[in-house]
Each structure stands twice: as structure tokens, then as C-alpha cells.
Write a protein that binds this ligand. Structure first.
Ligand code: GAP
Length: 510
């Protein structure tokens, strides 16, 4: 699937627009149009329904975006949430250090020549943290192997010879990725990804606040409130959906890496002895959620982090990855975080965040399993998966084959022609359906064109009032994916649509 085609469909049909487009747009920010807002909302609602309403061990929360700045000291975001960046002194470009020149590879057999013992720098254009980790550990062979599996690795095989005594890159050796001048890059400096602002009238250090870079910390900061209100006992989870902000250096791949995005996060608190089991449970349950909603399992991958990729406090982490047109990339992370977060907040706030387990008669700081998903990334993956170009009756069409739960419009209602009482009956059906579902009424243009427009919007069913409807009270219903049509009683349209949306098979043969 061609990403450009999807981006253009999203724009043309009102799924996603560049933010502030009339002013030329702003890098890393996107707006959801009339169809996009329904799609993303349906995804978030389905996530909430399945993870909060359908469970007995989960409650929800909605925290403020700006929190006490100490929260971000406790979480490690003030000190550590940074990318090493290099600046070009000439063109003022700023780049992630690992994207300029990444991995020091030992010049092994493959590159054997007069420089046999020399080391080379490998410039990789994509994310290559794993390779960097290996290189930092001086295992250049492993680093090379990691990069070879990286989607951008082979495209980026540019080798820069540097001095043999190397342990660290000398950025001055590399050309600036933008202006291509040599010797203009600075050494890497930490660049914090949190957006800063000031609370109150005076813009000084004392009033400095941050836009949250994840929703998770609001959950930890409220953990005691939730426990004290008495509704929960371990094992239990707290779920939150909301905006997060990161000043990403290189926003890219449409909405995939944005500077403002939405997260759907769960912090699941349990007894330390049960944490490994719950980790496995959430890892598998979250993977299956994407499969159940239409992401083909051959395009999804559950990737366990290598021990050397883990944060020092994490006992295990897995990423759910999807094969996007631009490469295999993370949709959601599931992390076994031990008692790190609650212990940190206990230390920084001075409040006791331990939990007394009535059943075990034991006091402990619960361990946490964190399934952390991105609503925009999920929306993008479901859009990519749904996008199909096929042919119906010799005519090419573009169709978005969304899971019915996610489809922005559940059904469209048409009068075949705009006369003979057909619009009146169609409008009555539309009004009846509208009480229960998001439906659309359209009486303009050729019926074939109206079907195509709904196919592009991903509408699962179209209901059409025709001449026969006026005599026997039946209407046609058309299935988006097969284009098959059959007749139902117009008086039973609400129930018929409900059954179909809930997965009742469509009649065969007609
Ligand atoms: N609390 C853990 C946490 O925030 P993360 O891996 O940094 O972990 C979790 O983020 C999820 O949030 C990612 O898997 C992704 O879906 C989404 N996400 C993170 N940064 C994003 C960005 N810049 N743009 C869009 N989504 C992002």
C-alpha cells in the first residue's frame, strides 16, 4: 500500500488534515476531520469499553495535562527524557545524534582491505537504538547484525572511516545531513523532549511547568486517591486516555510520530509474586485485541526486548509492532515496571504508597504492568490495514474495510431517485436509525457514485429505497466488502443493521 495514496485519501475525505493548514501547517501536529474524529473516537471507545467497562478489576481516570513539576523529577523525565542531539553550526539544523552517525563497526572480513584494523562509522537513517546499544557495548558484530535487520539499515550503508583510536564518534567528521557541509556539527548534547510552559503571570524558573509526555504519571500520582476511595483491591488497574506532548526532533510518517498525540494507558497493580503472570497476560491480551479488530496477525509482531534494551528498573518489556508501509514500527509497549514508579513517587512526595493486602495480611508496594498504546498510531494502523483498491463490475474503487466497530459511519441511506415518495421513506428510515447509530443520508447523484463514496468512507452498509419499496415495504441493503445486495423489510432496518454490525453473517447467494 502506498502511503501517499492513504495520506491523500485522508485529506480528501476528511479523516486527517495538517494542523493550521491555511497558515502552511505546523510540523508534527495533525487535525482529525469529520470522518477521522469518529474513527479515532470509536477506537478509543472500544479500548475503554473492553478494558474498563467489561472488566471487574479496572477503573478509569482523567488527569490534568499539567501537573506538579516534581512529578516529572520523580518519573525521571526531567533528568532523563532526552535525546542526544547534534547541531549544525552553519545551517542551524538539529539532528538526533544516532541519525547522523550511528554505529562504530569493526571492520571485519567483509570490509577487509588495507584498512583492516580500522573502524568505520555506519550512518543509519532510522531509529537504531538497539544497534547503538550494541555498539556502545563495543559488540560491533552484533550491532552490525541488528542494523542489517533494520528497515533503513541497508539503505543507509554509508561508511565513514575515522581514526583507529576511536571509542566515540567525532561528529565533525560527518557531513551535515541538510547542508552537507563537513566540520560544522557540534558534539551531542542532551535535548529534553518535554514542552515547557509557565503557570501564572511570571515566566520564571519557579513557575516552570511541563505538558505531560505520557498519561501514565497522572495514574501513579492518583494511585493513593483511588485506593483510598475504597473501590479497588489488588490485582487492579487504572486506565486513562488522553493527550500527551513530546517535542519530537523528527516528527515523521504522517501521524505516526507527532508532537501532540493521544495515549491509551493502563497501570495494572499487583502482588510482586504475580507480576510475571500478569505481564504475560497483558502482553497476549493486548496483541489479540489488535487481531480481533482486523489487523492481520501476519502484519503484527510481538517483540520481546533483549535484556540489554530494558530500562534498568524494567523486568521485561514487549512491543506490539505493525508492518506499516514505511516499515515495522511500534504500536504499543507492554512493560513490567516492578515497583519503580510507586517507589519513586513515594520518595519524592514523602507519602506512603504501600498497600495493605487484606487477604494476604501483608503490606507491600505493588508491582506494575503497563500496557501503553497510542490512539493515533492505532488509528493509522487500522487505516493502513483497511485501505484496499479493488474492482467492482469492471470499475476500480478504493474502499476502507474497517471493522464495523470502528467504521465512522455505520450505514448510509439512499432513495434510488429523488421522486415518487422514495426520499420520504428513506428519510424516515434514516431518522429511525439515527437514534441508535451514526448514519448518513444522501439523495444526490448516481447511485453507483453514492456507493463508491461510502466505500471510501468505510461505511459497512448502504440501505436503498427503490420502486419496490413503495409497494412491498422492502429495501435493499448492500455490503461494503462483497458489494452483495439483498432485501430486508424497511420496518426491521434498525434490528437488521444491529445484527450485521454485531457480526451476523451476510446472506449468501443473492
Ligand atoms: N508510559 C509509557 C510510554 O509512554 P512510550 O513507548 O514512550 O511509553 C507509548 O509510548 C505509546 O505511545 C507508543 O507505543 C505509541 O503508540 C505512542 N506514542 C509515543 N510517542 C508518540 C509520538 N511521538 N507520536 C504518536 N504516538 C506516540
Amino acid at each position: 500500500m502506498d502511503m501517499d495514496k492513504l495520506v491523500s485519501l485522508c485529506k480528501r475525505r476528511g479523516f486527517i488534515f495538517p494542523s493550521s493548514e491555511i497558515y502552511g501547517g505546523i510540523n508534527g501536529f495533525w487535525d482529525y476531520g469529520p470522518l477521522g474524529v469518529e474513527l479515532k473516537r470509536n477506537i478509543k471507545d472500544a479500548w475503554w469499553h473492553d478494558n474498563v467497562h467489561m472488566r471487574d478489576d479496572m477503573v478509569g481516570l482523567d488527569c490534568s495535562i499539567i501537573m506538579h513539576p516534581r512529578v516529572w523529577e520523580a518519573s525521571g523525565h526531567v533528568g532523563g527524557f532526552s535525546d542526544p542531539m547534534v547541531d549544525c553550526k552553519d545551517c542551524k539544523g538539529r539532528f538526533r545524534a544516532d541519525q547522523v552517525a550511528v554505529v562504530c563497526l569493526h571492520a571485519g572480513q567483509d570490509f577487509a582491505d588495507s584498512k583492516r584494523e580500522q573502524r568505520f562509522w555506519f550512518s543509519a537513517l532510522g531509529d537504531s537504538q538497539q544497534a547503538v546499544a550494541e555498539a556502545n557495548g563495543k559488540d560491533y558484530k552484533k550491532a552490525e547484525a541488528k542494523l542489517a535487520t533494520h528497515p533503513n539499515g541497508s539503505a543507509a550503508r554509508t561508511f565513514y572511516p575515522i581514526s583507529a583510536s576511536l571509542g566515540q564518534p567525532e561528529y565533525a567528521d560527518f557531513p551535515c545531513p541538510t547542508c552537507k557541509k563537513q566540520g560544522t556539527l557540534t558534539e551531542p548534547r542532551a535535548f529534553n523532549l518535554m514542552f515547557e510552559s509557565h503557570a501564572g503571570a511570571i515566566a520564571d524558573e519557579a513557575n516552570k511547568v511541563y505538558l505531560r509526555p505520557e498519561t501514565a504519571q497522572g495514574i501513579f500520582a492518583n494511585y493513593k486517591n483511588v485506593v483510598d476511595t475504597g473501590r479497588v483491591k489488588t490485582p487492579f488497574g487504572i486506565a486513562q486516555v488522553g493527550k500527551s506532548f513530546r517535542n519530537e526532533i523528527n516528527p515523521r510518517n504522517f501521524t505516526f510520530r507527532s508532537r501532540e498525540f493521544e495515549q491509551m494507558e493502563i497501570e495494572f497493580f499487583c502482588h510482586p509474586s504475580e507480576a510475571a503472570q500478569w505481564y504475560k497476560y497483558w502482553r497476549d491480551t493486548r496483541f489479540q485485541w489488535y487481531v480481533d479488530h482486523g489487523l492481520r496477525s501476519d502484519k503484527l509482531r510481538l517483540r520481546d526486548h533483549d535484556p540489554d534494551e530494558l530500562a534498568f528498573y524494567s523486568k521485561a518489556t514487549a512491543d506490539i509492532e505493525y508492518s506499516f508501509p514505511f516499515g515495522i514500527s511500534e504500536l504499543e509497549g507492554i512493560a513490567h515496571r516492578g515497583d519503580y514508579d510507586l517507589s519513586q513517587h513515594q520518595k519524592f512526595s514523602g507519602k506512603d504508597l504501600s498497600y495493605f493486602d487484606e487477604e494476604r495480611k501483608e503490606r507491600y508496594v505493588p508491582h506494575v504492568i503497563e500496557p501503553s498504546a497510542g490512539a493515533d498510531r492505532a488509528t493509522l494502523a487500522f487505516l493502513c490495514e483497511a485501505y484496499v483498491e479493488d474492482e467492482v463490475g469492471g470499475e476500480a474503487r478504493t474502499v476502507l474495510k474497517f471493522h464495523p466497530r470502528f467504521a465512522p459511519i455505520k450505514a448510509a441511506v439512499f432513495p434510488l431517485v429523488k421522486k415518487d415518495g422514495m426520499p420520504e421513506l428513506a428519510e424516515k428510515i434514516y431518522r429511525d436509525l439515527k437514534r441508535q447509530f451514526n448514519v448518513f443520508y444522501d439523495e444526490k447523484g448516481a447511485i453507483g457514485r453514492r456507493y463508491r463514496r461510502q466505500d471510501e468512507a468505510g461505511t459497512p452498509f448502504c440501505l436503498t429505497v427503490d420502486g419496490q419499496s413503495l409497494t412491498d415495504g422492502t429495501i435493499t441493503i448492500r455490503d461494503r466488502d462483497t458489494c452483495r445486495q439483498w432485501r430486508i423489510a424497511s420496518s426491521g432496518a434498525v434490528q437488521a443493521l444491529r445484527d450485521l454490525l454485531e457480526g451476523q453473517p451476510i446472506p449468501s447467494g443473492e
